[in-house]
Design a protein. Structure first.
Length: 467
């Protein structure tokens, strides 16, 4: 029995329906009603929701070794990824991380930067072509209304494919990129449903058939990518090459290649797309922040008739890897977006032994839930927490307390792709907005949906304006 308030056992069916319908709204109302520690009286396992910085730090950092990812959330994800970096624990996780880590070092990030800008340039070209066809956007930079959620998904897929797989997964005779993203999204839809309302895996449900079909597609595409790489006779030093070398050396099982590649498709595609979508939305809602971003881009990348930056060869050139350190406000905009809309909106862990979490004694086997989406909106950690203020990350506002910012997790399990994601997000944002602005579309307010990541239900439309 957990010594914390929460719903009564007789109310749990109603509450489970509330969680399924609106998990973010339910968790927020639970905190408002019962406080920062909420116990859920499930018959099979003790469940504790923790909404304090100290509690999250205890589970994710101070005693991370005493908590595992053997939870419903990660168990459902493993139906798609297998035992990958996202879902594994212990020695299997440590070995996989050692193998993959070099792919995320400086040389690997330079490749991420190059592919991020290239993907943004292709997206700009599509926007310009669409604007020209519609008669919008004279003078080059396309205008008109676009679905930035769909655009972000496509751009990030291209970056993942070319950077992590060492090639363009959309370049096959059959459009493998489209097939992969459709399969991943279909599988993740099943995962979300299973995580919220688990059903026995042996039941022949339509969702189970969809999951099997999606996994077959991912298997086929990954097999083709691996065969193509091996046929070259050179494994390479990107993630795919590192994984294949580890398999050949006996450090990883063969199935780990598929698991880690699918994991990185989810992590590098879905999460960065979520970040870009909400960042563009926030900039459209806050013209002063967007104006300051444009001023920074003009200084670094140049303006018509006044090229900027020491190496700018032409007005408003595309950004590069070397420009990252010169774009502190752009980075702060991304950081603040990740505070308000962390793609990984919920984190779960299961205790391996008795522990005390923020004063609450928890027995072995307890499931603890932490929501970065709520934790990062605490007024005692982030003054005026609902306000979009990138200055929190430039030293212009109160310092963000340690442990109060968790978009990439914390401690030893800090996301291996954090710098990958930030490099991609900052450079794609800079490339897209260097000569255009985003504005809200009246009557098109997005609806926040908590799936595997925070998404905009039915997309998110904004108006592009050349500047």
């Amino acid at each position: 029995m957990l010594d914390a308030p929460g719903p009564l056992p007789r109310d749990m069916l109603r509450d489970l329906l509330g969680i399924r319908r609106d998990p973010l709204g339910y968790l927020r109302s639970a905190v408002e009603r019962w406080g920062d520690h909420v116990a859920f009286p499930l018959p099979t396992t003790p469940v504790l929701f923790v909404n304090t910085v100290a509690g999250a730090r205890r589970v994710l950092v101070e005693n991370a070794g005493g908590w595992t990812k053997q939870t419903v959330q990660y168990g459902a994800l493993s139906l798609v990824t297998g035992s990958g970096l996202l879902t594994s624990d212990g020695s299997a996780w440590r070995e996989a991380r050692r193998v993959a880590q070099p792919a995320f070092h400086r040389s690997g990030l330079a490749a991420v930067a190059e592919q991020s800008v290239a993907a943004a340039e292709r997206l700009r070209a599509r926007w310009d072509a669409g604007a020209a066809a519609a008669g919008d956007g004279p003078g080059g930079a396309g205008g008109g209304v676009v679905d930035v959620d769909a655009a972000a998904l496509q751009a990030t897929l291209e970056v993942v494919g070319r950077t992590l797989f060492g090639g363009d997964v959309t370049a096959e005779g059959v459009d493998d990129g489209e097939r992969v993203v459709a399969a991943v999204l279909e599988a993740l839809g099943v995962v979300v449903s299973r995580a919220r309302t688990p059903v026995p895996g042996w039941l022949p449900t339509p969702s189970r058939r969809r999951l099997r079909r999606a996994n077959r597609v991912m298997d086929e595409v990954v097999e083709r990518v691996v065969a193509r790489r091996r046929a070259t006779g050179e494994l390479g030093d990107d993630l795919l090459g590192l994984l294949l070398a580890a398999v050949d050396e006996g450090r990883l099982p063969p199935e780990a290649v598929r698991g880690e590649l699918v994991t990185m498709v989810i992590a590098g595609h879905e999460t960065v797309a979520s970040c870009l979508t909400w960042t563009l939305h926030l900039l459209a809602q806050h013209p002063e922040a967007q104006q300051r971003l444009h001023a920074e881009l003009d200084r670094v990348l140049g303006v018509p008739g006044n090229p900027g930056g020491p190496s700018a060869p032409a007005p408003r050139r595309a950004p590069t890897w070397e420009d990252l350190r010169e774009l502190p406000w752009t980075r702060a905009v991304v950081d603040e977006s990740l505070r308000l809309y962390p793609p990984a909106w919920v984190v779960t862990r299961r205790s391996e032994a008795e522990d005390v979490v923020d004063g609450v004694a928890v027995p072995a086997g307890t499931l603890v839930i932490v929501s970065p989406w709520l934790l990062q909106r605490r007024a005692d950690a982030h003054p005026d927490p609902e306000r979009f203020d990138p200055g929190r990350f430039t030293g212009e506002g109160p310092e963000v307390p340690r442990g109060a910012y968790l978009p990439f997790g914390a401690g030893a399990r800090l996301c291996i792709g954090r710098d990958f994601a930030l490099t991609e997000a900052v450079l794609v944002l800079a490339a897209l907005l260097r000569d255009r602005a985003v504005r809200p579309v009246p009557g098109r307010e997005p609806v926040l949906e908590a799936l595997v990541t925070l998404r905009a239900r039915d997309g998110l439309e904004l108006r592009l304006e050349p500047r």
